[in-house]
Write a protein that binds this ligand. Sequence first.
Ligand code: GLU
Length: 506
Amino acid sequence: MERRVRVRFAPSPTGPLHMGGVRTALYNYLFAKKNQGDFILRIEDTDQTRYVKGAEDYILESLKWCGFQPDEGPENPGKFGPYRQSERKALYKQYADQLVEAGHAYYAFDTPEELDEMRERLKAAKVASPQYNAITRNSMKNSLTLSEDEVNRRLASGGPYVIRIQIPRNEEIRFQDAIRGWVVVHSSNLDDKVLFKSDGMPTYHMANIVDDHLMEITHVIRGEEWLPSAPLHILLYRFFGWEAPTFAHLPLILKPDGNGKLSKRDGDRLGFPVFPLEWKDPETGAISSGYREKGYFPEAFVNALAFLGWNPGTERELFKLNDLVEAFSLERVGKAGAKYDADKTKWYNQQYLREKSNETLVELLKPHLAAKGWNVDAVDLTEMVDLMKERAVFVEDMLEGAYFFEAPSTYDEKTINKKWKENTPAIIEKLLQVLKGLKDFSAEEIEKEFKAFIEQEGLGFGAVLPSFRVLVTGLGMGPSMFRICNLLGKEETIRRIEAGLTKMNG
Ligand code: GLU
């Protein structure tokens, strides 16, 4: 029988979730849903020294905002719990012991000073990467070099010790990565990693393998930075006699300029967030910006993320979460790093903004209007957003329509300098008379009369429209002036033009 697909997102709560982490969660979610499987959230908090308060809540809230809720996790445990490694603590020791008994791991008693000494010695001997391995272990204090009595005495004394994996001396370790194909590493390049620490906690490697096995994980989809650990993990599966999951190591998200992994510093430098939600450092109080607070729609953020490393193989670019589930496959995830493009994410936001109904946009815009202290009942907001949405990337951009609530107090200088000529006041004065004469102040009627007027005067659009616009809105550009006038109403439009003429003449 085919095993039910089960994947996990396994972040460590050491700070806010980077957008690369969100993409890992996304691909796991998509793969699970595409294959009618389970998406599991497991919190890897065995390293107490790196624990950051609030980070776990941040992770949960980020996933919620993006719309990929775990099928099992600390908040909604299934039958494979607990879902926090710190709560599974009691479980790991027996597995470490099992490896020692089978001769795949050993106790090591070396003090930090002795470890430093070993590294110094190797460095002096020009060894490129000094490490505790198949060769050096022979001259260290461990259960392979000490007598059995001595080992038992040390263990019984309650002094500190660690358990290290015993990497085979001369072996090729191979596995097939779903994205990278065959990966082959020689065991001489691996070191005897610590599996169990003196503080009674397993290391990441140990806990990760035991939990993936116990939670019946079928596919491990994670960032490229974990590729170097994969051979060690393959060995652990073999030593335990467990079936290894399929591994898929995702490409890096690269900085927009140059090479290298996208970092928070790049975001600060180039002016975009690298975190899904705003984060306040509990220690320093420093704020890091987030996509949500910057006004991005989650579907735009998710759509943009999905394309950083994956593509559907067609020209289509707009995919909501459900469409992504439909289209996703690991075969279409590339090996090469994906350069982040902040403008593209904005473009996605613009597309999703345009796609929203005017009613929805009104609801989203209202709090922004209220924050300005404007009377939201004074303006037909549906018509306003219909006008403003074409030019907006974010909901907040529609605040450009401030002129629907307040007459302009200044006029765009560039427009005035370029368009306000000696004969402009006379032209505007005539236009004013045309507008005053209108019985029907609909956009169509204003447009018809405006066109008739400039034709009769022998003028082009450019000689009238910008000046007309700047008096009514204060700005040099914007949506249809005829619709703006209609929305403001005849009285207000006329009042603004008259006030403007007085100001410009004065
Ligand atoms: N806890 C690891 C992390 O923070 C998980 C790596 C993995 O998925 O194996 O990314």
